[in-house]
Unconditional design. Structure first.
Length: 466
């Protein structure tokens, strides 16, 4: 297979931009699918396929159970994979076409389907897309960081480039997807044929970005082989889980990942409530969120500079500080629009810095775990991190509903009581501050950046003896 990745097999090598871009582009197609599922799927069900909103929400909620379990299963599969393309890249090739086809089918529910048959169709195809095919690409994709290089800076760079391509996908989706629907539907964005054609374009993105990623990357960190010829990584599930829970740095990152994605729910979904009921104008949602998103995107181009100077850990901590000051600032500044914009820019800078470092730090923790326990759990380690993200998003949505209800929020009301406004303010501003403080405190005990040179040196000696 043609490859434009760097030819060297040295796991300690500095990666070229071809390798970095090759890895990052793999997230472009997957980010399109993730964006469709989070931003457009519910609208498609209720307004195009005419599915009852309660039934649609129930299907999605139940499916999250399978989604979390599938992450762990796929992590186990990656750890035991042996192929010419390595442990992870092969899964991008195997699953990109099935995911593209299943995504098209999900947004092409036959108009003739009614009642229980339609609900079964949605449940099955939704879980094929989200719990099976997306997971079977995303978990291996995240695992590629640890399998491509042992260089700490390059791992951080790969994670940062991946986030940049995810943001580019979100921007292009927001810019073009609605236009495609209107174009293909002759002005009617609720036309079923328009959705099918638009999602077919997304399917092409999925396949092309996966293939380009495989061609532009190389797994250089060799697996350990047992005397009978089996991968040493192919360890029992309980053994892998036990080793992960002996890894204090990995536990630190899984908790921080959960908290950050919990916070994402608070600011992304909470901004609409905050704009409409606390600030009194729902139109303020656009400039407030754009301030955050644009500054986050811009920051990711500069985080490699800070990472090189301060390391991943310190850059992550600086990001937490920026986020905390941003959320506290929006809570303290009231309805002053200029200050709201400034503090949301600060949130975005913090999110860009912390988000750009997170996956590189996870890769380091997994390497540390191999050094500490002698067991390499790349797939399971990344799968559990992915599950923590999904759990943060799911529990965050549930907590938001509970707190709104406790504050007396009335669905669809033009105005809300003082109690409901207080609940919204707490969710949007102060609950994130609390969670950021938790992350910052546990990060005070994170010393892996200083320990990694020794860890990598000893791991290299151990691997060379095999």
């Amino acid at each position: 297979m043609f490859s434009y990745a760097s030819k060297t097999n040295d796991p300690n090598t500095k990666l070229g931009w071809n390798d970095r871009i090759g890895y990052g582009i793999g997230n472009y197609g997957m980010a399109w699918v993730n964006g469709l599922m989070s931003a457009f799927f519910m609208t498609y069900l209720t307004d195009v396929s005419l599915v009852d909103s309660v039934a649609a929400g129930t299907i999605i909620a139940i499916s999250k159970i399978f989604d979390g379990v599938s992450d762990l299963i796929m992590g186990r599969i990656v750890d035991g994979t042996k192929s010419k393309l390595g442990k992870a890249r092969v899964w991008l090739l195997r699953m990109c076409i099935p995911m593209a086809v299943a995504t098209i089918l999900l947004f092409s529910i036959p108009a003739s389907m009614e009642g229980m048959i339609k609900y079964v169709y949605i449940f099955v195809i939704y879980n094929l897309v989200n719990s099976v095919f997306y997971t079977s690409m995303f978990v291996p994709y995240n695992s590629m960081i640890a399998l491509t290089t042992t260089d700490g800076y390059e791992r951080g760079m790969m994670g940062n480039i991946s986030m940049i391509f995810q943001t580019i996908a979100n921007i292009t989706m927001n810019t073009f997807f609605m236009k495609w629907l209107i174009l293909f539907g002759n002005g009617d964005m609720h036309n079923q044929g328009a959705w099918t054609k638009a999602v077919m374009i997304v399917g092409v993105f999925v396949v092309v970005s996966a293939v380009l990623c495989v061609m532009g990357t190389k797994e250089r960190v060799n697996e350990q082989i047992t005397p009978d010829g089996k991968p040493k990584d192919d360890v029992p599930v309980l053994t892998a889980v036990k080793c992960l829970f002996q890894n204090r740095y990995w536990l630190t990152m899984i908790l921080c990942m959960f908290c950050i994605f919990f916070i994402i729910v608070m600011y992304s979904a909470g901004a609409i409530y905050y704009s409409q009921y606390v600030l009194g104008d729902v139109a303020l949602y656009t400039p407030i969120n754009n301030a955050l998103s644009i500054s986050q995107f811009a920051t990711m181009f500069f985080t490699p500079i800070f990472m090189k100077k301060f390391g991943k850990h310190r850059t992550y901590q600086l990001g937490l500080i920026g986020m905390g000051l941003g959320f506290a600032g929006t809570g303290a500044c009231g309805a002053n629009m200029m200050l709201l914009i400034i503090f949301n820019v600060l949130k975005g800078i913090g999110l860009g810095a912390a988000g750009g470092m997170a996956f590189g730090m996870v890769a380091d923790t997994i390497e540390y775990g191999e050094w500490k326990t002698g067991v390499k759990t790349v797939g399971m380690g990344n799968a559990a991190i992915s599950a923590a993200q999904k759990l943060g998003l799911g529990i965050g949505q549930a907590v938001m509903g509970w707190i709104l209800a406790a504050g007396g929020y009335v669905n669809g009301a033009e105005t809300q009581s003082a109690g409901a406004q207080a609940a919204i303010t707490f969710l949007y501003n102060w609950l994130p501050v609390i969670l950021i403080a938790v992350c910052f405190v546990i990060m005070l005990f994170y010393r892996l950046d200083k320990e990694m040179p020794t860890v990598l040196k000893e791991l290299e000696k151990r691997r060379n003896k095999k």
